[in-house]
Design a protein around this ligand. Structure first.
Ligand code: C2E
Ligand code: CA
Ligand code: CA
Length: 761
């Protein structure tokens, strides 16, 4: 009767384990498969145990024993698999990886084999028949193989328990439960098992413990949701976010505030009431809005402005009944400031903190597209000789100057103006005409000086204006015009303001026309060199300077002043110069027989160095006409040397190496002549009398000229005075020791035939 009852219990357990196996196999949980395998693997030993209980003859008891023993090894193996899966994340996600050592599986396998050998060796166990409740019952007499079996199984179990114990200890508190429940079930199951194995009760009911353990594992891994664990994780998440979280009951009572929310509202620990009051003061309106919303809000306290994003939401139960409301308040001040800063940096000039070129032009462009704009000016503001200012006073002072000009511009502007730094020493502004008072600006700029530390220096600032007319949409065209107005007072240090007017417009058209005609003029021979004689100390002509002239079919004779500055500006000078160099070489070749001792000087403009390879261009003409380089003199100004000085010096040195004579033109007209002279490899110094004659004190001018001539003598440089207009001049310069002379005293620049005619005389 008792044995039958046990059989029913076992059958019930087997069915339950089967159900657990199927359910867990179908479960979507990752652990499902290993739980299923474990539950199913429990069935054979439970079945074995059941057979032993029911058996009244030897054979079934023996079969039951083998199923039981081998099944135990199987359980241990599947338990190991379960443990590895339960305690450690899958390989691809694992941050740390420990496992129940895999060699245990070898022992389990070996144990299976040695148990199977029992029928032949009889080393593991023997059956002894006894009588229980009036029927034969077979109990096992353990032998050495059985002891080995126990050691292996308990050993495996110990390792598994060890894993659970170590996990329970190691993991953070909130996770301990996950491991502890399994560990406790395991301990209970094992104790039960052990108790019945060793207690020698008449019927072995040991597998009940393991079966129950399997069912518990199924429950804990598949169904049991550690609510406290989830609660505590979610609560911690809500607590630790860097935003205030406020939970309200449907009636509006504040239920909970996270620690950031408390800190934000300057509330004491757990003083949700205070926090809620503060929130109502600032965000009460948000709370009263129906449904879910999110928006930004700024709060000003004192001089500080703070920015928040506020999210309000309701949450409901499964029946759509309102459970409560939450408010999430995030302080985005820093983020917003950073964004504002980045935007500012992208649109502003780092030094002067006014708009940068792109943004300024864009803003003006946008404004120009508006209808009925009103009367506006575009102004281009330029710091004159800013490069010199920088060189003389240093970059820091230069920076200070730029900042102060930007401030000056700001002072004349209001919210209707758009202004910015267009680059370098150029600023731009877009302003209503009504805001501009020429007299005030003129006066301001006349006295304009910049300060830096204790230093203060006058700075010439020019402003070019262009009136914005109906239909003007291209901002760069408008600025071009304003800059043309600037150009018209470029060298005028008394005038500070200029307007783009019809005169400038005409000049612009003229420039356009002249530039368009240059190539045809060269091709048709309208442009040709005139020759101005250069004389030695005896007044004998030794050479000539080739100076460009344009005999225009409509405008007639044109002096270089009418086109050279324009071509220097737009770079077309290179084409003109090449033409003059070539013509000079051609003339020299022609003179080879007639005047073998004459030289010709040609001008090289600073722009030529940018536009082409001056040396190879000139060399190509020299080779083409097969002339002696020593007869071609190269005139360069110190302006050419101001940029890329080292490269330029190399070019001049190369010229000299090739046999050319290099002359420094217009000495004295620049601002650092003496400094340049030190480095410039030149053979001749052309001293321009024009610049000196501007001086009222003739005595001083004479002293300067005399000493420059002496200086050049000391430096082994030939001196050439140009602009010699009278005999008196010539004699004086001769007395000073000057070597070569050029000027109206000898002759104006002449067409080739007239020059040759003069030579014949
Ligand atoms: P520059 O090279 O200094 O040429 C000397 C200028 O002084 C010439 O003016 C010449 O006519 C003028 N001049 C000569 N003697 C006297 C004098 O006794 N008194 C006065 N007041 N002036 C005198 P020009 O030919 O009008 O040339 C003006 C400038 O144009 C030249 O100055 C030169 O810088 C430039 N230029 C002329 N032709 C060319 C050329 O083919 N290429 C380049 N790049 N520049 C040229
Ligand atoms: Ca010259
Ligand atoms: Ca000159």
């Amino acid at each position: 009767m008792v044995r039958r009852a046990f059989i029913i219990v076992y059958a019930f357990l087997i069915i339950t384990l089967l159900l657990c196996g199927v359910i867990s196999c179908r479960s979507k949980k990752a652990i499902g498969r290993s739980v299923s395998i474990f539950c199913l693997s429990l069935i054979p030993p439970v079945l074995g145990n059941m057979i032993i209980i029911g058996a009244t003859t030897t054979l079934p008891a023996l079969i039951g024993c083998y199923i039981y023993y081998i099944g135990m090894d199987l359980i241990m193996q599947t338990l190991i698999m379960f443990t590895n899966r339960y305690c450690y994340a899958p390989k691809e996600m694992a941050t740390e990886r420990h496992q129940v050592p895999s060699w245990i599986s070898f022992f389990l396998l070996f144990d299976v084999i040695q148990m199977m050998m029992n029928p032949f060796l009889g080393h593991a166990f023997a059956l002894r028949e006894i009588e229980v409740y009036g029927a034969p019952y077979f109990i096992m007499e353990p032998l050495i193989g059985q002891t080995f079996h126990r050691i292996v199984c308990y050993g495996a179990l110990l390792f598994i328990m060890f894993v659970f114990v170590s996990r329970t200890i190691k993991v953070p508190k909130i996770y301990k439960e996950r491991y502890a429940v399994i560990l406790i079930s395991m301990i209970i199951g094992t104790l039960w098992q052990t108790f019945y194995i060793f207690s020698r009760t008449p019927i072995d009911r040991s597998m009940i413990g393991f079966a129950v353990f399997g069912i518990l594992i199924f429950y804990f891994s598949i169904y049991y949701r550690p609510v406290r664990l989830l609660d505590s994780i979610l609560a911690r998440m809500a607590s630790s976010t860097k935003e205030g979280v406020f939970l309200y009951e449907p009636e509006g009572r504040c239920l909970w505030v996270n620690s950031y929310g408390l800190e934000m509202t300057k509330s004491a620990l757990d003083d949700f009431e205070h926090a809620a009051r503060v929130i109502v003061d600032f965000f009460g309106d948000v709370l009263s809005v129906q449904g879910d919303i999110e928006y930004e809000r700024s709060i000003v306290s004192g001089i500080d402005e703070q920015f928040f994003t506020v999210t309000k939401g309701d949450f409901f139960d499964d029946n759509q009944k309102l459970l409560g409301t939450f408010l999430r308040i995030k302080d985005v001040t820093e983020e917003k400031m950073r964004l504002d800063r980045e935007l500012f940096m992208a649109n502003h000039d780092a030094l002067t903190r006014v708009y940068n070129r792109e943004y300024c032009l864009k803003k003006i462009s946008d404004k120009l597209r508006q209808h009925s704009l009103g009367d506006y000016y575009i102004a281009a503001i330029n710091l004159c000789d800013f490069k010199v200012f920088n060189d003389v006073f240093g970059r820091d002072f230069g920076d200070a100057a730029l900042i102060q000009v930007a401030e000056w511009m700001k002072r004349y502007s209001d919210e209707n103006c758009i202004y910015g730094r267009l680059g370098g020493d150029m600023f731009g502004s877009f302003l209503p005409k009504a805001m501009f008072d020429q007299a005030i600006v003129e006066k301001d700029l006349t006295d304009f000086s910049v300060k830096w530390g204790n230093d203060e220096h006058h700075l010439v600032v020019h402003v070019g204006f262009c009136s914005v007319d109906e239909g003007d949409e291209d901002v760069s065209v408008l600025f071009d015009r304003a800059m043309m107005a600037l150009d018209s007072i470029r060298d005028d240090y008394k005038k500070h303001v200029a307007f783009f007017d019809s005169k400038i417009r005409d000049k612009m058209l003229w420039n356009k026309e002249i530039s368009g005609e240059l190539q045809t003029a060269i091709d048709k021979g309208q442009i040709c060199p005139y020759f101005q004689p250069i004389a030695d100390r005896d007044g004998k002509i030794v050479g000539a300077e080739a100076l460009a002239r344009w005999i225009h079919p409509v405008y007639g004779f044109m002096s270089p002043a009418e086109f050279i500055p324009l071509f220097e500006e737009n770079g077309m000078i290179a084409d003109l110069d090449k033409h003059i160099w070539k013509s000079a070489c051609k003339t020299l070749a022609d003179w080879e027989k007639k005047y073998p001792n004459l030289f010709i000087s040609v001008n090289v403009s600073p722009k030529d160095f940018f536009m082409s390879d001056v040396l190879s261009d000139i060399m190509s003409y020299v080779l083409e006409y097969d002339i002696d380089p020593g007869k071609l003199r190269i005139e360069v100004t110190e302006t050419s040397m101001m940029r890329d000085t080292d490269d330029r010096i190399k070019v001049l040195e190369e010229f000299r190496k090739q046999g050319f004579i290099v002359e420094m033109d217009d000495f004295g007209s620049g601002y650092s002549s003496l400094n340049m002279l030190k480095d410039m490899p030149v053979d001749v110094l052309k001293i321009d009398m024009k610049f000196l004659s501007k001086t009222s004190d003739e005595r001083k001018a004479d002293i300067i000229v005399k000493n420059v001539i002496r200086l050049s003598e000391d430096l082994d440089i030939t001196s050439l005075a140009e602009g010699v207009e009278t005999e008196k001049h010539f004699n004086k310069l001769n007395d000073f020791g000057c070597t070569l002379f050029q000027g109206y005293y000898f002759s104006k620049p002449l067409p080739l035939e007239e020059f040759e005619a003069m030579l014949k005389e």
